[in-house]
Design a protein around this ligand. Sequence first.
Ligand code: GDP
Length: 595
Amino acid sequence: KTREDIRNIAIIAHVDHGKTTLVNELLKQSDTLPEHMHLEDRALDSNAIERERGITILSKNTAVQYGKTKINILDTPGHADFGGEVERIMKMVDGVLLVVDAYEGTMPQTRFVLKKALEQHLTPIVVINKIDRPGARPEEVVDEVLELFIELGADDEQLEFPVVYTSAVNGTSSLDSDPATQEHTMNYLFDTIVKTIPAPLDNSDEPLQFQVAMLDYNDYVGRIGIGRIFRGSIHLGDNVSVLKLDGTHKNFRVTKIFGFFGLKRVEVDSAKAGDLIAVSGMEDIFVGETVTPVDHPDALPILRIDEPTLQMTFLANDSPFAGQEGTEVTARKLEDRLKSQLHTDVSLRVEDTDLPSAWIVSGRGELHLSILVEEMRREGFELQLSRPEVIYKDIDGVTCEPFESVQIDTPNEYVGSVIDSMSQRKGEMKNMETTDNGQTRLTFLAPARGLIGYSTEFMSQTGGYGIMNHTFAKYLPVIKNWTPGRRTGALVSINQGTATTYSLQSVEDRGTLFVDAGVQVYEGMIVGESSREQDIGVNVTKGKNLTNTRAAGKDHAAAIRTPKSLSLEESIEFLNEDEYCEVTPKSIRLRKKIL
Ligand code: GDP
């Protein structure tokens, strides 16, 4: 038995290929009730950062009613830093729409999301949009899509993908690539969705299994878990058990269930297998947890959540360590802001430091963290940031660092310099393929440490034509005697509780510097990247007083300039270069620093 009244799909598109316009048009032409539409808030509309970066960051959902069928459409984030989230979205749906510009063709940024969809054996529908554009080349673009599917390992069934040609701005569609056949209706797309995307299984008589795939939060109802009912049904007043990831459980009475209608979330009394819903009132419900009847605690396999591999210290600008006069942002505000981000961003960690105004923020990658920083800056926060650092892990007594698998597409002429840079960054080349059109694809396994800061260099190195994607591969033993080169910038404030001052000796450009005071060494550093060697620097505290030697550097506001050599006092030691120290957030005994 299936639920013919529901289809759950995800939408994949390169930014600007018309996803928002298309979903709006689907809404407009649908039977969705007007009060759920609110077309002035455009469906899926991307924020400014998404536009600038050319990727979708926030996942959003829209539900469109077509005749008797409700079509839930989930947007997908478009970057490898959000791989876990993409995977979770793919688990909630039964098919995908791939929207491709009929003029521009396939764009590599969608490759990663598409791959995840194909891996989940989802049925894709290819929507060739902007068929009205002068120079549109719909048939060639369909061939490009086919090639991409083959390359990404699509199975035979997926290669038989249906194609719908649309002009989202004109509200027209057709099953034929000839623009003259366009009709003023989206029914060709609606019908293709209903016909080719599998309807969810209807096993609503069985015991409930609802799994949370995403979190949301609002001040009125608190934490909200969004996910799919895979089995059974849920009703207001039911007694349910939330099966936690650690094997424990918590019982609740269901007090609020939301369904998706148009662009709105509306309270409903019940929902059943196949439905996507949101629930609140279950306290700290988390991604991957399963909600079941109390007497049927049967958990679904947990969902992947990306582990953070990179961390940065965020420092409020009015902290004594920031050394900058005049600021409105208090440490408290910064803390609240960071902690509120945790309500919805499951791959983020925020840890207190021993300083009142500094937090260690860990995330999936440079993009993940830089988006948060950019959002906060746009909200008016003035921040000082450390350079990003990888998160080391102790695995079976061996200190390990994160490695990424890196895929690079570049015009042939830049291959040499890319390989050069990657090998300097300890990237190990795994594969190299040259295609007929003058492009080469290189794959590497590289330490995340080496990749920090590479994307900017890469863009100029390849004249803007290169495309780089990387995803977390695994933790491997730390590469010894190596510090990614050519960076300057340095520690740190060192503050022993007893107001003894420690300062650092000159910081070598390439050396790995360790501080072992054998006492509590507090951190809270400001480090910036600078293109100028002499912009290295140190912040040193004397009790609460700061000896600040910061000067604005070229690339980051946080670069520090210090005298070239600082005197070394008391029990700070330089350890052997190849020893790495673990930094535990609460008591930092050793504080390495580098650069
Ligand atoms: P998104 O970033 O994928 O959500 O793209 P949008 O829906 O915001 O569309 C990006 C731009 O393409 C906008 O200026 C749209 O007006 C335009 N656009 C969208 N669909 C079409 C179409 O079918 N034909 C043409 N010519 N332009 C379109």
